[in-house]
Write a protein that binds this ligand. Structure first.
Ligand SMILES: *[C@@H]1O[C@H](CO)[C@@H](O)[C@H](O)[C@H]1NC(C)=O
Ligand SMILES: *[C@@H]1O[C@H](CO)[C@@H](O)[C@H](O)[C@H]1NC(C)=O
Length: 385
């Protein structure tokens, strides 16, 4: 599920129809933790020019590479570009997020539609599919200017994000609007699992579901296996979306998602825990409710860090809140989600990353807010755990 591509009025009417709360986020009560002296940001990664249209920038994503440089990207809305040549700008920081430079443009090289929505960056932790460890993978949604098609494609960079090469088509879908009955695919997320790479994504192609969440696997980065359901609900109108998965130290995996249809309302954040990252389908989704009773809403992201105690910390971001929600009990039944204040702006949407300074910090890359085009920019915020 996503909203961009619609006018503000349309988003609001869609929201009214779906009872969503995209721009009606609750204000934050006092947090349980103060931001520490080591923390910094938000630092500006990229300010889109005023000539950009609509939201200007959205959907910030980042990856901490094994050499400790950080790459970031986002959707951008440049009306001056050749209509079908939209791309994802790639930014790099070599000083742990303090300064940023654009180093490349990840372009659609095969469809002549451009790369428009939902970029995702991932570093191969091991050699895979003929590429060495340290190869940076980019998955994104290639969509023509007229939004008539969606195509999740995979690219690779063997020079730390300086250049990109098309690798394979992952999934093809229909018109890029989040309406029931249309058949787009959205929001790819990659995870290497032994000798398979998993691509999770949101899928409107199954006529039984307005939207469901699925995955496909590949063992060579080129041929992708069948579509496997991860999250479905029996009510057609329900829309689980935005799959993000992290491995936990007990060998299990957590998947967070937004769930329109949740009894808590809006696109409440839910999660599933599974011992097998290809078998979320049989796990039960539960709501993420913080100890103060708050249920975050929309566009969740999660990351696990070994810092913060024997189980480490699961950190979850959502578009309803500047704060994040931290679980030190592996997300198991009875474990607590504690609200933690951050200096990062709310955004549609934000990504989380760890990997520098012994994982004792986490990083938030925010892409900008819906309906806030003139003030939107891509930012980076660092915070100790
Ligand atoms: C952009 O892509 C659409 C969909 O494939 C096509 O109809 C249109 O002609 C393309 N426009 C240009 C300028 O290439
Ligand atoms: C680790 O997680 C388990 C499962 O939730 C919990 O029982 C245990 O108390 C946690 N340990 C710490 C140190 O928080």
């Amino acid at each position: 599920m996503r909203f961009f591509g619609l006018s503000a009025a349309k988003v609001l009417s869609l929201c009214a129809a779906l009872a969503c709360q995209v721009s009606a986020a609750p204000s934050s009560p006092a947090s349980s933790k103060h931001v520490s002296k080591r923390d910094f940001g938000p630092v500006t990664v990229y300010t889109p020019p005023s000539t950009f249209e609509k939201e200007r920038s959205l959907y910030g994503r980042s990856v901490v590479l094994s050499d400790k440089t950080i790459l970031a990207t986002s959707e951008i809305y440049d009306p001056s570009a050749d209509p079908n040549k939209s791309f994802f700008p790639i930014f790099r920081s070599a000083d742990q997020g303090k300064t940023w430079k654009q180093i490349s443009q990840a372009k659609d090289q095969v469809n002549n539609w451009g790369f428009r929505y939902q970029p995702f960056l991932y570093e191969l932790p091991a050699p895979f599919g003929g590429f060495p460890a340290g190869t940076v993978l980019l998955a994104g949604n290639s969509i023509p200017k007229d939004l008539s098609k969606t195509q999740l494609d995979l690219y690779a960079s063997t020079d730390k994000g300086l250049s990109w090469k098309f690798v394979s088509h992952i999934a093809a879908g229909g018109k890029a609007l989040p309406n029931n009955g249309l058949t787009p695919v959205w929001e790819p997320f990659l995870l290497l699992n032994g000798n398979q790479l998993i691509c999770y994504y949101s899928d409107q192609r199954d006529s039984r579901y307005g939207q469901k969440m699925v995955h496909q696997v590949t063992s060579d980065l080129r041929a992708w296996g069948p579509v496997v359901d991860d999250v479905t609900y029996p009510v057609y109108d329900y829309r689980p979306g935005m799959p993000i998965v992290s491995k936990l130290p007990n060998g299990k995996y957590i998947m967070t998602y937004e769930f329109y249809g949740a009894k808590e309302g809006g696109f409440s954040v839910y999660y599933k825990i599974s011992a097998d990252p290809t078998k979320f389908g049989s796990a039960t989704g539960v709501v993420l409710k913080a100890t103060d009773g708050h249920v975050p809403v929309g566009s969740p992201y999660n990351v696990w860090s070994p810092a913060g105690g024997a189980n480490g910390s699961i950190i979850v971001s959502a578009s309803s809140d500047s704060d994040v929600f931290v679980n030190k009990g592996l997300g198991e039944p009875g474990s607590q989600w504690v609200r933690v204040k951050t200096n990062a702006p709310k955004a549609y949407s934000r990504s989380l990353a760890v990997g520098i300074n012994r994982n004792t910090e986490f990083y938030i890359v925010a892409g900008g807010e819906l309906n806030q085009g003139p003030t939107n920019k891509v930012t980076f915020t660092s915070q100790s755990i």
